[in-house]
Design a protein around this ligand. Structure first.
Ligand code: AMP
Ligand code: ZN
Length: 136
């Protein structure tokens, strides 16, 4: 049985604020966002980290970023973004399923990488706005 948290989120066994899904990737909000709209882009193929997975999974992750980033920024009123990937224990990785942090940034943003506590309602509203942005 697969005990991976993110595989369970992909399977819908653990709830998440889903933003986007295609055949190869899944995107959902981080529960401890460093900025409004902080999302995780993950390959559906399980691998503990980018280099343990296939080249196809790595490319699919970046392809999804390329497909959705501009529309997500527009829907949020964000004007830039940071990407991050913590790779390996010593890289600060906590969840061992490859994930790319997508962190929208705003005019005047102090660009801190500090996790915020956000209510489930606020996360849900942010996810709704981002999903709507992808429909346009
Ligand atoms: P990392 O330290 O790069 O492995 O990041 C793991 C990220 O997963 C952290 O930013 C967490 O806030 C996030 N996270 C952990 N559990 C969940 C969850 N159930 N739903 C959404 N994000 C999560
Ligand atoms: Zn997994």
């Amino acid at each position: 049985m697969n005990e991976c948290l993110f595989c369970k989120i992909i399977a819908g066994e653990i709830p998440s604020q889903k933003i986007y899904e295609d055949g190869d990737t899944f995107v959902f909000l981080d529960i401890g966002p460093v900025s409004r709209g902080h999302a995780l882009i993950i390959p559906k193929e399980h691998a503990s980290d980018l280099n343990s997975g296939t080249e196809e999974a790595a490319l699919a992750t970046m392809r999804t970023l390329h497909r959705i980033a501009s529309r997500l920024l527009k829907s949020l009123g964000a004007t830039g973004y940071n990407l991050g990937m913590n790779h390996g224990l010593d890289g600060g990785q906590d969840v061992f399923h490859t994930h790319l942090h997508f962190m929208p940034r705003y005019a005047g943003d102090d660009r801190k990488f500090i996790k915020n506590e956000v209510s489930p309602d606020e996360l849900s509203e942010t996810a709704r706005i981002m999903r709507e942005g992808l429909e346009s």
